[in-house]
Write a protein that binds this ligand. Structure first.
Ligand SMILES: [Mg+2]
Length: 281
């Protein structure tokens, strides 16, 4: 047996703050196209793994005029899709999304009283907004709290402190946070476990999986468990950099997509595009 690292066969990238930078004239490196084309020629498959909903991701790809589309998408940090057979849009990949929906139906039914306390706290003690979602039942559709948007990180820190208290007594309840955005979820479904399911469906194990992200909701795919090759761009929050270092991963010198290209070169070798100084500007 060799200790040589396995080649990367599956690449999982966050979108906002990782592949694209907001509020700048050039949101991503022009070298991304060449980088992913080269990887694909080698049989590497690529998934965008995002907290955005499927429709929001499609809007984002359009809004940024993103020049290449992924082979798969993981959205809302927990649903996995493959391209529709007719080439238009995306369809469920396997039965994970159905299992995920059932788990969340059961979860939200059981935590409804706790979520009422969360809503009362947010409305009484913060200026954050509750985000509501719709859930379909046998007998109709209900509108229920799905997440929170805070005014700033400090306000979200206070809300998270409350949620962490609830989590101690409701072990299946969790949340995904991305700066001032937070969504409630089942503890078993996150970017990491959903990436693992995609790998299982494709026959690719963690030893051949690469993941890169910049923020808190990326942590479940950056701990070295579901992807052995992990990285983060230079703009990542400190907690992400620490997690990547702890997993023996690669903290890029460049931010955003230039950092992604740099990390892919590190793990995949010189065939991926070079990250040249200033290429992002
Ligand atoms: Mg991000």
């Amino acid at each position: 047996m060799s200790d040589a690292p396995s080649p990367v066969l599956l690449v999982s990238t966050d979108f906002d703050g990782t592949l694209v930078e907001h509020g700048v004239p050039t949101p991503f490196s022009p070298l991304l196209v060449e980088t992913f084309s080269t990887l694909r020629e080698r049989g590497v498959r690529w998934v965008i793994n995002t907290g955005r909903s499927l429709s929001s991701l499609e809007e984002g790809l359009d809004a940024f005029a993103f020049p290449i589309h992924p082979d798969y998408v993981i959205t809302t940090e927990r649903e996995v899709f493959r391209p529709a057979p007719n080439g238009h849009g995306w369809v469920d990949f396997g039965d994970w999304n159905a299992r995920c929906a059932r788990a969340h139906d059961a979860l939200f039914a059981s935590v409804a009283p706790m979520l009422r306390e969360v809503v009362a706290f947010v409305e009484r003690d913060t200026r954050a907004d509750i985000v509501y979602g719709r859930r379909t039942h046998g007998h109709g559709i209900t509108r229920e709290p799905a997440g929170v948007v805070a005014r700033n990180d400090a306000e979200m820190d206070r809300i998270v402190a409350l949620l962490d208290g609830f989590r101690a007594r409701m072990p299946q309840f969790s949340y995904q946070r991305n700066s001032i955005y937070l969504s409630f979820c089942h503890v078993d479904y996150d970017k990491g476990t959903t990436l693992a399911e995609l790998g299982r469906l494709l026959g690719v194990g963690p030893e051949s999986t690469f993941a890169v992200g910049d923020h808190q909701n990326d942590l479940p795919m950056l701990d070295g468990v579901h992807a052995r090759h992990v990285a983060c761009p230079a703009n990542s929050i400190e907690r992400v950099k620490a997690a990547v270092r702890a997993a023996g991963g690669y903290v890029a010198r460049d931010p955003y997509s230039a950092g992604v290209i740099e990390a892919l070169r590190f793990y995949c070798g010189g065939g991926a595009s070079r990250s040249e100084p200033g290429a992002r500007d």
